[in-house]
Design a protein around this ligand. Sequence first.
Ligand SMILES: Cc1cc2nc3c(=O)[nH]c(=O)nc-3n(C[C@H](O)[C@H](O)[C@H](O)COP(=O)(O)OP(=O)(O)OC[C@H]3O[C@@H](n4cnc5c(N)ncnc54)[C@H](O)[C@@H]3O)c2cc1C
Length: 334
Amino acid sequence: MKKQPGSVWVIAEQIDCRILDVSLQLIAHARKLAIELETSVEAVLLGDKMNEQTRQLFAAGADRVYLGNAPDLAHYQPEIYTEIIVKLAKERQPEIVLIGSTSMGRELAPLVAARLGTGLTAHCIDLVLDENKILESIIPAYGGLLSIICPEKRPQMATIAAGVFPKPEMDENRTGEIIALEVPDDIPRRIQTLEIIREKPQGVSFESAPIVVAGGAGAGDLEGWRKIADLAETLNAALGATRPAVDEGWAELETMVGQSGKIVSPELYIGVGLSGELQHMVGIVGAKVMVAINNDAKSPVFEQVDYGVVDDCREFVPVLINKIKEYQEKLVTC
Ligand SMILES: Cc1cc2nc3c(=O)[nH]c(=O)nc-3n(C[C@H](O)[C@H](O)[C@H](O)COP(=O)(O)OP(=O)(O)OC[C@H]3O[C@@H](n4cnc5c(N)ncnc54)[C@H](O)[C@@H]3O)c2cc1C
């Protein structure tokens, strides 16, 4: 007799009792995989006083929610969260476990995978099933796309960034089963959250910005980077970065756009001094109009954008800023 596959899990994430969009996006995608696998979608939600929020998980497509409610779970704690999820996964044997590539997910997913002795594909840009119903976790690599499979060990695990999958259609009439988890108090608590200090977001947020200006290694140095930042400010755009710009310390990790960073869908994307590597470009596939500024006419970025400017960005960007400001002043005086 054919063995019934385990369910598709999503480890849902909440911050201040608010379910993150990525968790709902993953549940909706998990639903598609579960239909193909002829199994169910289950979410694991850890927090404090989270009963009401389970409705969102059902509305997005979950059939069952494992709910851990306790003051100790209000904020993500790696040891306790790992312990609870690992114990539950050993009992329930899910087929697939999906986690958002958030600050929490990037830490929690490998902790859980290591404890379960299974594989994990990080920062996937798509998840499909092959002809044997094995999960293909797709990532950009070697200038193309690569499918990673975990054919023997279970669960098959993957992390996926917010925005990779679309916003789900929420069916508020959907309901499901809630299974309350016991939260043991003998789990080591070597790490404790004493206080949460929130950084004020700087500049324009990626979520609301119709324009994203992203800078790359071609900025050359911090002075060159500031010119790109000025362009973003002049256009009231969100400022994104490539990996090298983050590594150089010019930009914060949170502003990195691409496979391991933010996935954005602006009306206009302007890539400055960057080569168009797939790991960056998958972050802006949803952009409506794309422009690149690069001093190498043969740069692969030009094959991927709608408009290109071949010039030294350190010279061209200040001229562009002046032109934009002149235009903006004309608009105001009209
Ligand atoms: C698993 C994995 C995940 C990754 N995830 C990400 C990710 O999420 N986001 C990301 O960005 N990267 C990511 N990377 C890195 C990615 O592969 C590339 O290395 C990176 O995107 C390249 O950044 P860049 O275009 O700024 O630098 P480069 O590739 O070095 O390109 C610099 C470009 O600037 C141009 N240039 C130089 N000087 C000037 C000038 N004065 N004026 C104009 N143009 C100039 C050059 O012609 C060149 O095209 C990842 C890599 C791996 C292996």
